[in-house]
Design a protein around this ligand. Structure first.
Ligand SMILES: Cc1cc2nc3c(=O)[nH]c(=O)nc-3n(C[C@H](O)[C@H](O)[C@H](O)COP(=O)(O)OP(=O)(O)OC[C@H]3O[C@@H](n4cnc5c(N)ncnc54)[C@H](O)[C@@H]3O)c2cc1C
Ligand code: SF4
Length: 406
């Protein structure tokens, strides 16, 4: 392993205009990190990584590198790109256990953070480092959001969250678990109790439904509900998954690890939305992919599909008259997620768009003065690195807002 990442680092050309860095949504200073790594300055490299991205380890592990740093590396034009993410993973793993963040003197101001996923954790870290007292309110009992409750353990080991919890506490950040804002406590209560601003990073936790007959049967589940606690579900031997995005891939791979004999993923289009990397692994696990089939209803025996008719451009233009049963012991629907509407319903002036996403201005402020938001609750289901990037910018905007408003 160590030899491999050293070889990778040695291949880097230290480009003047590093395309890898351009391709990274959070612009990790890749050549600089590789330079420090080559000089064996691991702690310096780690510091630089975590200054730029507090979730460096998680991103190194789960980002879609093929479309980001790796996919943009100039060496990929004629050969094999540098696997920077393996170098980042090594450094950020080593550094995370030993790191301390410095913290500015207290501003005497406090900020409430709703949600402890990537966006909430990032905003909290940035604000705490700048001298703000931060309290995080989290619905679940553990931190991490979808990285803890969605991404399967075999892709991102859970011990990392113990280290992140320690990091949050070391910065004086307080976490109130099992506390849903918009339930007993509302945003107005937080303002009443003196929080100068509020950051919302509540993600997208409502599964999109198909609105078809049979969706409420006992052997039908939603992808994120299943992934939240797979061992509580008994999917049986033959699983059919409706949807072909990244969540569907995680459902398939988890189902195999739970004992499923066959897993079939069905898409109503001619393409999958999952990344190539995730699909490759799902295929290797033994899943089958079926394209161009639209589910009509679900019965106790399994879902029924009709064939979609496509034109030459691959656009769906109609359906065949057929209706075929795909026998299944369970059916998992994984066709995307949207935010829950608890906060919008319970907060005066907080508005969402037609997709239920919070509306924000250029400064990440929602339609409710003093309430800021970033991550999936604003963008819709996206990625960890995009949530981190948005939350960093929102935290900066919060600090400007508090400075201007006293
Ligand atoms: C199965 C699955 C696999 C994925 N795989 C990848 C991957 O490989 N790579 C990648 O980059 N991204 C992946 N993602 C996407 C990534 O996890 C999300 O984009 C990211 O976690 C979004 O961060 P967030 O902080 O905006 O929201 P979340 O991670 O959803 O966190 C929101 C937090 O807010 C809490 N919350 C919600 N409402 C309230 C409330 N009212 N009060 C208090 N707390 C509340 C939730 O409990 C949660 O902890 C995956 C997502 C899923 C579902
Ligand atoms: S593009 Fe590739 S070779 Fe160039 S600096 Fe980035 S990792 Fe190194």
């Amino acid at each position: 392993m160590s030899l491999h990442i050293e070889n990778e680092a040695a291949r880097c050309l230290n480009c003047k205009v590093p395309q890898c860095q351009k391709g990274c949504p959070i612009h990790t200073p890749i050549p600089q990190i590789i330079g420090l790594f080559k000089e064996q300055k691991i702690m310096e490299a780690g510091k630089l990584l975590y200054e730029n991205n507090p979730l460096s380890y998680i991103c190194a592990t789960v980002c879609d590198h093929g479309s980001q740093c790796y996919g943009h590396c100039v060496l990929g034009k004629k050969g094999t790109p540098v696997q920077f993410f393996e170098i980042e993973k090594f450094i950020s793993d080593t550094y995370l256990a030993r790191m301390t963040y410095d913290r500015k003197p207290s501003t005497g101001k406090s900020v409430g953070v709703i949600g402890c996923g990537p966006a909430g954790m990032t905003a909290a870290i940035v604000l705490a480092r700048n001298g703000y007292d931060v309290t995080i309110f989290e619905s679940k009992d553990m931190i991490g959001g979808m990285t803890q409750y969605g991404i399967p353990e075999f892709r991102l080991g859970h011990p990392v969250f113990v280290r992140y919890k320690k990091l949050l506490l070391s910065l004086g950040i307080r976490v109130r678990p099992n506390t849903t804002i918009g339930g007993a406590l509302k945003i107005e209560d937080l303002f009443r109790d003196g929080y100068a601003a509020i950051f919302v990073g509540t993600g997208a936790w409502r599964p999109r439904t198909l609105n078809i007959q049979g969706e409420s049967l006992a052997h039908v589940h939603y992808g994120i509900s299943y992934l939240e606690n797979p061992s509580h579900h008994d999917l049986g031997a033959h699983v059919v998954i409706i949807g072909m995005g990244n969540v569907a891939m995680d459902v398939a791979r988890t189902a195999f690890r739970g004992g499923a004999q066959t897993v079939t993923l069905v898409s109503n289009s001619l393409h999958a939305t999952a990344s190539e990397h995730e699909m490759d692994y799902t295929r290797l696990d033994g899943a089958e992919f079926v394209y161009g089939k639209s589910v009509t209803r679900i019965t106790e025996e399994g879902p029924l599909f009709r064939s979609v008719i496509f034109n030459d451009e691959g656009e769906a233009v109609g359906f065949e008259d057929d209706e075929t049963l795909m026998p299944a012991t369970s059916v998992v629907i994984a066709v995307s997620q949207m935010p829950k509407d608890k906060l919008i319903q319970s907060t005066y002036h907080l508005e969402g768009n037609d997709k239920g996403l919070l509306v924000v201005d250029d400064n990440y402020m929602t339609t409710r003065e003093g309430v800021f938001a970033a991550g999936d609750v604003v963008t819709g289901p996206k990625t960890v690195v995009h949530a981190v990037d948005g939350a960093k910018k929102a935290a900066e905007a919060i600090m400007r807002y508090i400075e201007q408003n006293g």
